[in-house]
Ligand binder design. Structure first.
Ligand SMILES: [Mn+2]
Length: 419
C-alpha cells in the first residue's frame, strides 16, 4: 500500500494582472498565495508520508523574473528530499523548455521528464512505472500520447501529461488527445495538468485534472488543491481532493427577488458573505458580489450602485479578511412594469413615454456637439472595434435600458417625496 500526491498548474510567482488598480485589493496576500499554497502541498506530502509527488506542468507561470522563483522551489524540494520523497514532473505550455531561459540544477530527488521524447522511470520499491513528456514550446499541437509506451501489466503505470484533452472551455487545446487514446495505453492512472478546474475525467482507468492549487482571479473560484491517491495491490483504492489554497475567490450570488428595501438587500448580502466565509473555513476571501433576480428595486439598484458598493465594502471590512473584488447588478425589472403604470397623471404619462423611448447613436452625437471634437482627439486604435462613441447594438440596448431605469428611478423617487 502506498499513497502519492498529484498536483498541477502551480504558476509560481505569476504576476498580478491589473489588480493594483483595484480598491482594497490585498496585493501582498494575493502575490504570495501560490507560494503559500505550495508550502501546504509540501507539508501535506510530508504529513501523509506519500511515496512520491507528481507535478503535471505549469509549475512556473513563465520565465523567472529573477532566480528567487527557482531558489524557492529548490528549497521546498529539499524539504521533500529530507523526508525521502521523490518528485516527478513534466513542463507545460507556461514553463515549456523554450519559455524558460534561466534554470538551476535540480536536487537529486527531482526528475523532470524530457521534452524531446517520452521518458520513463521505474520505482522498484512500489512496483510503479512512470511515463512523461514535457512541452518543448508553448504551443504543442501534436498528440503527445501517441508516443507513450504500452503499460507494463506487472506494474502500476502512471502517465504524466499536460494536455487540453479534446478541448476544455477557457483552455488552449494544447497536446490534444482523446480519452480513448489514454485508455488504450493500459495505465492505471493518468496524472494530467493544464485545466485549472478539478475534473475526474474517467475512473477506469483514473484520468484526473487536479486543478490548480490556488485560484488567481475571479474566474478561478472555489476550493483549490491537489489530489491524494491511495494504491493497494496495484489498484487505486481512493482518489481524494485535498484543499491547499490560502485565499479563496468566490462569486457570491445574491437573489434580490422578494426584497423590498435597500436595507433588506444589504442584510442579505451580509448573510451571503458570512456563509461564504464559513464555507471557506476562515480563509481570506476575494468576493465578487452579483445581485440578481426579478425585483421592483431594479431601477433603484442601478441608481444607487455606487453607494451600495460602499455598503458592501463596509460589510466586508466588518467581517475582516474579505475583499469585494467587484459588485455587479444583474437584476431584472418585473416584465409588466409598464402595464402597472395604469393612471394618466402627469408622472404616469411621463413614465410611459420613457418606457417607449428609442435612443439612437446619431441622436447622442447630435445632442452633444462636442462629441465629434472629442472623438477626433482619441488615439486611432480606440476608434475601430472599441470606439466608445459607436457602441455595438447589444451595448446600446443595455445603455438604453440603464438610462430608462435611471429616469424611472428618479421620477418614482420624486413621486414618493411629493406624496
Ligand atoms: Mn497549461
Amino acid at each position: 500500500m502506498f499513497r502519492f500526491l498529484h498536483a498541477a498548474d502551480i504558476h509560481l510567482d505569476s504576476p498580478l494582472k491589473g489588480l493594483e488598480e483595484y480598491q482594497d485589493a490585498p496585493l501582498e496576500q494575493i502575490r504570495q498565495a501560490a507560494r503559500r499554497a505550495f508550502d501546504n502541498l509540501v507539508q501535506l506530502a510530508v504529513d501523509e508520508k506519500v511515496a512520491f509527488v507528481l507535478l503535471a506542468g505549469d509549475l512556473y507561470d513563465g520565465d523567472w523574473k529573477d532566480y528567487n522563483t527557482g531558489i524557492y522551489f529548490i528549497a521546498k524540494m529539499g524539504k521533500l528530499r529530507d523526508a525521502g520523497i521523490p518528485v516527478f514532473m513534466v513542463s507545460g505550455n507556461h514553463d515549456a523548455a523554450a519559455q524558460i531561459t534561466r534554470s538551476l540544477k535540480l536536487p537529486e530527488n527531482v526528475t523532470l521528464f524530457p521534452h524531446a521524447h517520452v521518458g520513463s522511470h521505474i520505482i522498484d520499491r512500489f512496483g510503479v512505472a512512470l511515463y512523461g513528456q514535457s512541452f518543448s514550446a508553448r504551443s504543442v499541437t501534436d498528440d503527445l500520447v501517441r508516443n507513450y509506451p504500452q503499460g507494463d501489466p506487472s506494474l502500476f503505470n502512471i502517465g504524466l501529461l499536460h494536455t487540453g484533452l479534446n478541448g476544455r472551455p477557457g483552455h488552449e487545446p494544447y497536446a490534444p488527445c482523446t480519452l480513448d487514446a489514454l485508455r488504450s495505453k493500459g495505465y492505471q492512472y493518468w496524472a494530467l495538468g493544464h485545466v485549472h478546474q478539478r475534473e475526474e475525467v474517467c475512473r477506469d482507468p483514473w484520468v484526473v485534472f487536479p486543478g490548480n492549487i490556488q485560484g488567481r482571479h475571479s474566474r478561478e473560484t472555489g476550493p483549490k488543491g491537489c489530489t491524494l491517491v491511495s494504491v493497494e495491490d496495484g489498484r487505486v483504492l481512493s482518489v481524494e481532493p485535498r484543499e491547499l489554497d490560502v485565499l479563496r475567490w468566490v462569486v457570491c450570488h445574491v437573489n434580490a427577488a422578494g426584497i423590498n428595501s435597500m436595507e433588506q438587500l444589504i442584510e442579505l448580502v451580509r448573510e451571503n458573505l458570512e456563509g461564504e466565509r464559513v464555507r471557506a473555513d476562515g480563509r481570506p476571501l476575494a468576493a465578487r458580489v452579483v445581485i440578481e433576480g426579478v425585483t421592483t428595486l431594479h431601477g433603484r439598484l442601478y441608481e444607487n450602485a455606487l453607494q451600495l458598493h460602499e455598503e458592501f465594502r463596509a460589510i466586508a471590512a466588518g467581517l475582516g479578511d474579505v475583499w469585494i473584488e467587484k459588485a455587479l447588478f444583474k437584476t431584472q425589472k418585473p416584465q409588466n412594469a409598464a402595464a402597472l403604470i395604469s393612471g394618466d397623471s402627469p408622472v404616469e404619462l411621463l413614465m410611459k413615454s420613457i418606457e417607449a423611448i428609442q435612443f439612437e447613436t446619431a441622436s447622442l452625437i447630435e445632442i452633444i456637439p462636442e462629441f465629434e471634437k472629442l472623438r477626433c482627439k482619441l488615439p486611432v486604435e480606440l476608434l475601430n472595434d472599441g470606439d466608445p462613441f459607436l457602441p455595438r447594438e447589444e451595448e446600446l440596448s443595455a445603455m438604453r435600458e440603464e438610462v430608462q431605469e435611471l429616469l424611472m428611478g428618479k421620477i418614482q423617487q420624486r413621486g414618493h417625496h411629493e406624496n
